[in-house]
Write a protein that binds this ligand. Structure first.
Ligand SMILES: NC(=O)c1ccc[n+]([C@@H]2O[C@H](COP(=O)([O-])OP(=O)(O)OC[C@H]3O[C@@H](n4cnc5c(N)ncnc54)[C@H](OP(=O)(O)O)[C@@H]3O)[C@@H](O)[C@H]2O)c1
Length: 300
């Protein structure tokens, strides 16, 4: 098996690459940085410049599936120009892949695209499954709708399309977890807003496992990429503190302070998504980290 990964150099992409290599799969990857290009038999980099519609077509040679992860970091202040970049880096990149496939004649059976649980409307009570059609009335909701629509267009080429709605990824090396953990280590960790918002987290190893499960079992459609036991933000902060032998700072950071400090991006910390992992489990994926305690024991 040979896969082409966009965003392979990022947090999730590196873990998927590692798992591919453990299974003996070769990885081609597209990168926007020429400095990140490597040329090894199992790991070959190719350059693309999405804005200039430039892509090295050799990336598609002998590829059985595309895993599309590329996208500008969501956790930066959402100025109007950065919002455009958040959308374009996901949708124009997908369009460039699609156009190049159409024009070059390469036939690739499937696409697996990253997506996000931010599509589900914020709720403290509702449990979300993949077939829920409601969309959060926020910039993130808008991003995910456009992102998934750009993935769906690959069906026009006769390709199978899967979309993984990723939750809060817990990883030692990056993403949200170090930002949650470090203040606790320095005795200033605290919950955000009411602390009652649901955080549907996933350990990075399980997320990579889900992508590979979808790939190897030729699954299509939407799958939530979350662990079976979501927690509230307050529970998450308390558990991190307990495992570090610290206590969390009281009171919580008020929502209004987060809105002043982070602007609209504060919705990432304050919105609440209680999301089910049933569908991917029924499709055969067995989670390694089902409970937060075990995941944190590994990460800390
Ligand atoms: N981590 C999470 O908690 C989480 C949650 C929900 C959804 N997701 C989604 O899952 C995907 C992977 O997440 P991640 O945490 O691995 O992200 P990441 O570490 O930021 O990596 C994303 C990769 O995308 C490429 N990239 C960055 N900016 C780009 C731009 N403007 N145009 C084109 N490519 C760009 C970069 O690769 P090159 O430098 O090699 O080009 C980068 O390594 C992202 O789309 C993310 O939104 C992640």
């Amino acid at each position: 098996m040979q896969v082409l990964i966009t965003g392979a150099t990022g947090l999730v992409g590196s873990q998927i690459t590692k798992l591919c290599h453990q299974k003996g799969f070769k990885v081609n990857y597209l990168t926007t940085s020429k400095g990140k290009i490597e040329d090894q038999p199992e790991y070959k980099g190719f350059y693309w410049n999405i804005e200039n519609r430039e892509i090295d077509e050799n990336c598609f040679k002998n590829v059985d599936a595309i895993i599309h992860l590329a996208g500008a970091d969501i956790a930066k202040r959402w100025t109007s120009s950065y919002k455009k970049e958040i959308i374009a880096s996901r949708t124009q990149s997908a369009d460039l892949l699609l156009e190049t496939l159409k024009n070059s004649g390469f036939k690739i059976p499937r696409l697996i695209s990253a997506s996000a649980i931010g599509i589900y409307p914020s709720s403290l009570e509702k449990l979300y499954f993949e077939d829920d059609k409601s969309v959060d009335d926020s910039f993130l909701g808008e991003v995910v709708v456009l992102w998934e629509a750009s993935a769906d267009k690959f069906e026009d080429l006769g390709m199978e399309v899967a979309k993984i709605r990723i939750g809060l990824v817990l990883a030692r090396e990056g993403g949200a977890f170090p930002k949650l953990k470090d203040p606790v280590s320095f005795n200033v960790g605290t919950a955000f807003g009411s602390g009652k918002q649901w955080q549907s987290w996933i350990h990075i190893e399980d997320l990579a496992g889900i992508f590979l499960c979808v790939l190897e079992n030729k699954l299509s459609g939407v799958f939530n990429g979350v662990a079976p036991n979501p927690v509230t933000n307050e529970e998450m902060m308390k558990e991190i503190a307990a495992q570090l032998n610290k206590s969390i700072w009281l009171p919580n950071v008020p929502a209004i302070a987060l809105k002043v400090a982070l602007g609209e991006m504060s919705t990432v910390l304050l919105s609440s998504q209680l999301v089910s992992s049933d569908k991917i489990e029924k499709a055969g994926y067995e989670f390694r980290y089902k409970n937060l305690i075990k995941a944190l024991e590994d990460l800390l």
